[in-house]
Design a protein around this ligand. Sequence first.
Ligand code: TNX
Length: 535
Amino acid sequence: MALGFSSAGAVPARPGTEASAPRPLGQLVPVPAEVVPGGSPYAITSTTPIRVADGSGHGSGSGTSSVSSSGSVSDEVRRIGTYLSELLRPATGYALPVTDRPGPGGIRLELGSPDRSLGEEGYRLHSTPAALTITARAPAGLFHGVQTLRQLLPDRVEADSRQEGPWKVAGGTITDAPRYGYRGAMLDVSRHFFPVEAVKRYIDQLALYKVNKLHLHLSDDQGWRIAIDSWPRLATHGGSTEVGGGPGGYYTKEQYREIVRYAASRYLEVVPEIDLPGHTNAALASYAELNCDGVAPPLYTGTTVGFSSLCVSKPVTYDFVDDVLREVAALTPGKYLHIGGDEADATSDEDYVAFMAKAQAVVGKYGKTVMGWHQLTAAEPVKGAVAQYWGYDRTGPAERGQVADAAKNGTGLVLSPADRIYLDMKYTEDTELGLRWAGLVEVRRSYDWDPATYLEGAPQEAVLGIEAPIWTETLTDSTEIEQMAFPRLLGAAEIGWSPAEARDWDTYRLRLAAQGPRLTALGIDFYRSPQVPWS
Ligand code: TNX
């Protein structure tokens, strides 16, 4: 596949044009790698079937997704077909039966594309009056292609009650594959607790924009949010409050598994974080023996950072770390275990280096890849470790250089620049929610940067992708999360997915504007940035 970019992506957004004109083929977020418009549209009607086919034969393994549950590939294709059918049924009112019987026409989901450049996550969408065909090499690609099909349909397809057709998709071909394999979003469920339903809602929103990692910040000073059998008070006591003194909460193991399963069904991998050795007041409050002085501090419901530390010199600390990471690793099918490591201001430098060496070894022992905030590079990152960079304008050259040097030595990088894609930063002076320590971050600033050149001195191959974290000191429910995440999350998703040469602010703002009615149809009350020509 040539990563050529047709100007189709730049077609001005005109949401709400007459009902029968299909949306231009390139009017998508993230913008696809290649768009070749042409020919008459495809129309979904009351008799349209969804045909699922495993082009390479049943279970022949033409590619399996790293986040798929067990079962043959064909089962997964059928499941994606059912997902699509259920997605389109409420608004269209059509049955859209899923079938593996061969036949002409319909919406066709086919595995077994010979185009190797599509990789695990790429897809090709071909739209003609005769059929709408999505092909891929692996189920994740089909799933992302389905999200593209969804965005090509009128916004009202997102409604949960029957709407007027027609349901046309412009003619032509999209050939698309992601720039980066790591396209993440983080949700801080510690500062405020978010129930499983809220996490699922966010997962569905992330999937629409092809985000494929959900990092859950499961522990911090204000709350421990995951049940650990060997240290039960972490959740029952450490999880019993949150910022502001509310009741907090925690996920039982079954609830956490449910989140993992739901994420996997949307092709997102969960990256759990247990923040160590700082940000641990909830744990220290739950078990007196984890404190150097043997005295448990009270639970904490404020927002100051950097005051807590595990007791690096006590052997019991490492029993704790081993037990917790073992149990979390066992619950997590994904590759990464994030051990935090940020703002350990109450830990001496020497202790920090010693502690992080031991904690990383535990992650390796349980078969996971170490992920840590970029302060990990001040210790000794193990081979294969990934550092998550959250610097900002005022981050000094020494700190940047340390991260770049680690990247030169093989540490992977996930970029989360705080003054770009920290979704909890205020947009403007007038934004009520959010923080402002990294600066005000309007939509353009959030979009207008490039991961490959962002961190001077870091080799491009070290950059695995990007992640947009949302910290919840000031955010208490889905509505508040959505006001901060939308629309900036869409920019982060595009930065992670689309080829650099296919994206620029002037065309993005038009494509973003065209997403407005869709977000509204999904019940998302987004920030109407004056930088974007919303209709
Ligand atoms: C910094 S980013 C933190 C968090 C805060 C966040 C607020 C990072 C690794 N640490 O503890 O919640 O800023 O924006």
